[in-house]
Design a protein around this ligand. Sequence first.
Ligand SMILES: Nc1nc2c(c(=O)[nH]1)N[C@H]1C(S)=C(S)[C@@H](COP(=O)(O)OP(=O)(O)OC[C@H]3O[C@@H](n4cnc5c(N)ncnc54)[C@H](O)[C@@H]3O)O[C@H]1N2
Ligand code: MOO
Length: 421
Amino acid sequence: MNCGCADNPTTGLLDLWDARARLIDAAMPLMDSETLPLSRAVGRVLATPALAALDLPGEDNSAMDGYAMRLADLEQSQRQGDGLPVLIRVPAGAGVMSLPSDGCARIFTGAPVPQGADVVVPQERVHCDEQGRIHVTQEVTLGANIRRRGEEARHGDLVLAAGERLSPAAIGLLASHGIAEVVVKRRLRVALLSTGDELIEPGTPRAPGQVYNSNAAMLKALLAEQGCEVVDKGIIADTAEALRTALSQARDSADMVICTGGVSVGEEDHVRPVLDALGSLHFHGIALKPGKPFTFGTLHDASAADVPLIGLPGNPVASLVGWQLLTLPFVQGLQGRTPHRLERFTVKAGFAHRANRQRYECLRVVLEDAEHGPVALLAGGQGSHMLSAAAVAHGYLIIDPRSEVKKGDDVTYCPSSQFLT
Ligand SMILES: Nc1nc2c(c(=O)[nH]1)N[C@H]1C(S)=C(S)[C@@H](COP(=O)(O)OP(=O)(O)OC[C@H]3O[C@@H](n4cnc5c(N)ncnc54)[C@H](O)[C@@H]3O)O[C@H]1N2
Ligand code: MOO
């Protein structure tokens, strides 16, 4: 593990992308797992690969309601102009039948194609004469409208790799293979602390100077969305003693600790000194606005495994950005997931902006469609204490340090939706 040294000696700050890479490298996946029925497995992380127990589809089956036939029989009947008699009827759920020669089968979507048939013609493309014989009105191609046995997966194929988070579509996929239960990682247990004497919980009366604890509400929602179990340690007073006690208890109750506030440089900011006493600091201070005082370290425990600690800045937008860009990939690593690659693409700036000299800036923006593609507009006030813009933003513009953005310039956009998968 690296020390807390910044990689930019001039600014004293660690590069944003280096910090992200270090966090991804440092995440040691949880080893414990449990077996769950599919009905309780959505959002959980597969601990073992899911393999196909059979071919999918299980048989050649029809993609259309229509008529299954041999192309050779059809061509013969077309030369003679007498159409094909319907000899069998194959509904979905029927077993695999055999197609007698010189005729066709009435067939329905999903029904097994009878042996011998090599094409299915949709019913809209046939004409049925008075004798009930089928005439095909358009050209047909060998194999058309037949979904082939095993075309999606063969027995033994990998269906989903270990480390995949189970989306509703993934649950459906497993069910389509007949899989009823899966081995998943146990939920990551995250202890959450909010430091600050000014903090009170929403729903309680407020005195002047007090601030509602928005970080805990937001982080609980973010952690729940990632399938984590939150151990809520509440609001901790701004004293080193209170923080030391709270962090040691948090360490003993969770796989990871997240605290907010108290990571800056004032004498009321106790996270770093307490971390020095209880464990070790890996880094502090990132070239990121908002989010500069982001802190990463380890709480040591003589009798149990070490527990990682992430200290998010108190300013609510700094906490949010510090979660999305840095904490989330670390949490995903602990969960045994492959941390997602940050999705970014280029849009046009709809405003001018002079960037911070030392830090990447994450501007909260909304996208609007314009003639030559999407244009980013500021979603509202950009203060790191203002959640209003973050709450309605579609994503971030990530602006390089020292750059100057002019209206109409190409800029890097990072959609927020990616942080919710
Ligand atoms: N002299 C300096 N002062 C500050 C610096 C600096 O480099 N030099 N950095 C600034 C930056 S950047 C940030 S971000 C903040 C971060 O400070 P802390 O992490 O120590 O946070 P606090 O001081 O405890 O609080 C900052 C701000 O956020 C509000 N807050 C805190 N917790 C919550 C919460 N759970 N819910 C809602 N709001 C919260 C708090 O009331 C303060 O307004 O430091 C700058 N200062
Ligand atoms: O992280 Mo602070 O909010 O950059 O201002």
